[in-house]
Design a protein around this ligand. Structure first.
Ligand code: AMP
Ligand code: DBH
Length: 545
């Protein structure tokens, strides 16, 4: 048997054979691939609109056009030596080319590594080096930032990186994506049980982990989500959040909507001023938001002149949505609310369309699948009775069994029998819904954007005037949480300011949302019984901010 980076079990643990058989026998793993699904939809309804990119000038793709475009780009990528199993870091905003590029890679069986537009040198260099990426796809400029210059820096340091493809008028020293397409060629492509892409984890450690998802498992999460959310060929779904993130991609997301033969509408930014006119013009029926955006949409709906009556369902998730805010959404937007609690590692929970209002506003839903196994345990992994808060462990037909090339981390993040330790503290209601009560993992959830404190602590520690640092969450009425860096300065160094610490992090080149919101200088950290930094004490002290 030949193996390559797409073969499960090679670069990451996979489902034991008995589980894979069970999921196939239950009809969850249907033996489809992303490339195959697009081909089928194009044959079934070639002229239906698959994709709308409204800005700056409106462009549309029928299913046939998207399918053909994916074929032509795949041929061009293949001609440039991109092969099945190769990793390609894709960092594109919500533009039509994003969808074209990933379907072209799916056709080859090359694995997109989904970077967010906000990522900068530190993250991109890591993704490219760690995944041994052969190519990196970027916009020329986006949100005032020149991605070509970043790409040139990363390319100089990454020997495997042979190509940088640029969307836009001026590719600089790189290759214009517009010059890549060729007449279609025959490609073997991936098998359904093989890897489709590497998704990013929000992370708790110094470096973001890569999440290996197969065609079979991810496609199940898509059509399972479609059934729950009522996605069909008439759905017009607005991608308001960054398209590369797991939530707008799969819950039910743009991939779910394409699976159902519906229409994906890309939104360049999620604020009401940008999104409402697009909702009105394109008659959007469904979207997914994070809680801070849901708040702004709810408030703005009262005074808007734009017609939002096409909206049928708004999903809210990614971070805890307050019950008070949740109660206001349906009356303000004139549509149904669904809460969603998911993770790029797999498990996704939704409230249901036929749940009563109390359940929808007070819980974060229940799993997609009857085969999602849920355990709520104490710190010694003993099962707790329903109703008691504890650590959420899960295993199932679309939850990974291990991160990509991370055996040591996997030993901690998964139990011996394959349950993923989510790090979330939940309670299960008698109806089987989960309520997120908190978090055991060291992570900050800044309005749905996750920060691994260790990653930022490592950067700040490199400052010559810093003796030690600890990054914790501070409650915030709008974002839910913001970040606070407690810094112990070196006694022998020149005095340090908060502004200097923030600038230092920014200049290292990380996504802006990871730059500490607040910096406080202290003489010492509170300690735990065995002398570790007590983040628990720091977090409760930070609540005074
Ligand atoms: P990630 O690992 O980056 O995919 O982020 C997944 C994490 O986001 C989950 O483990 C939760 O901590 C958090 N999360 C997602 N949705 C919700 C929600 N509805 N309520 C509370 N936390 C959430
Ligand atoms: O936060 C997440 O990662 C998330 C939230 C809702 C997610 O991955 C998802 C739904 O699929």
């Amino acid at each position: 048997m030949t193996t390559d980076a797409t073969t499960p079990g090679v670069d990451a643990p996979t489902w034991p054979a008995e589980f894979a058989e069970r999921y196939r026998a239950a009809g969850y793993w249907r033996g489809e691939t992303f490339g195959g699904v697009l081909r089928e939809r194009a044959a079934q309804h070639p002229d239906r609109i698959a994709l709308i990119d409204p800005a700056p000038t409106r462009r549309t793709w029928t299913y046939r056009q998207l399918d053909e475009r994916a074929d032509r780009l795949a041929a061009g990528f293949a001609q440039r030596g991109i092969r099945k199993g190769d990793r390609v870091v894709v960092q594109l905003p919500n533009i039509g080319e994003f969808i074209e590029v990933v379907f072209a890679l799916f056709r080859i069986g090359a694995l997109p590594v989904y970077a967010l537009p906000a990522h900068r040198d530190t993250e991109i260099a890591h993704f490219c080096a760690f995944s041994e990426a052969v190519a990196y796809v970027i916009p020329d400029r986006h949100a005032g930032f020149d991605h070509r210059a970043l790409a040139a820096r990363v390319r100089a340091d990454t020997p495997t990186l042979r190509h940088v493809f640029v969307v836009g008028d001026d590719p600089g020293p790189h290759t214009a994506l517009a010059d890549v397409a060729r007449d279609p060629v025959a490609l073997t492509g991936p098998a359904p049980h093989e890897l489709a892409f590497l998704q990013l984890s929000g992370g708790t450690t110094g470096r973001p982990k890569l999440i290996p998802r197969t065609h079979d498992d991810y496609l199940y999460s898509l059509w399972g989500s479609n059934e729950i959310c009522g996605v069909d060929a008439d759905t017009r779904f607005l991608v308001a959040l960054p398209a590369a993130h797991n939530y707008p991609m799969s819950s039910p997301g743009w991939l779910g909507v394409l699976y159902a033969g519906g229409t994906v509408v890309l939104c360049p930014a999620p604020d009401p001023d940008t999104a409402f006119p697009i909702v009105a013009r394109e008659r959007v029926t469904m979207t997914g938001l994070v809680p801070p955006l849901a708040l702004v949409w709810t408030e703005s709906a009262a005074t808007t002149d734009h017609d939002l009556t096409s909206l049928e369902l708004v999903l809210v998730g990614g971070a805890k949505y307050s019950e008070v805010a949740a109660r206001r959404l349906e009356p303000a937007l004139g549509c149904r609310l669904m809460q969603v609690f998911g993770m790029a590692e797999g498990l996704v929970n939704y409230t249901r369309l036929d749940d009563d209002t109390e359940t929808v506003v007070t819980t974060q839903g229940r799993p997609i699948s009857p085969h999602d196994e849920i355990r709520v345990v104490d710190d010694a992994d003993r099962d707790l009775p329903d109703g008691e808060p504890g650590n959420l462990l899960t295993r199932g037909p679309y939850t990974i069994r291990g991160y990509w090339r991370a055996p040591e981390h996997n030993a901690r993040a998964f139990t011996a029998d394959g349950f993923y330790r989510t790090g979330d503290i939940v309670r299960r209601t008698p109806g089987g819904h989960l309520v997120v009560e908190g978090r055991a993992k060291d992570q900050i959830n800044r309005g749905g954007e996750k920060i691994a404190p260790e990653e930022i602590e490592n950067i700040i520690l490199a400052h010559p005037a810093v003796h030690d640092v600890s990054l914790v969450a501070v409650p915030d009425p709008y974002l839910g949480e913001r970040s606070l860096a407690y810094v112990i300065p070196r006694a022998d160094a020149a005095p340090l300011t908060a502004v200097a610490v923030k600038r230092f992090v920014r200049e290292r080149g990380v996504a802006a949302y990871k730059v500490p919101d607040l910096v406080e200088f202290v003489a010492a950290f509170p300690q735990t019984g065995i002398g570790k930094v007590s983040k628990k004490h720091q977090r409760s002290a930070a609540e005074q901010h």
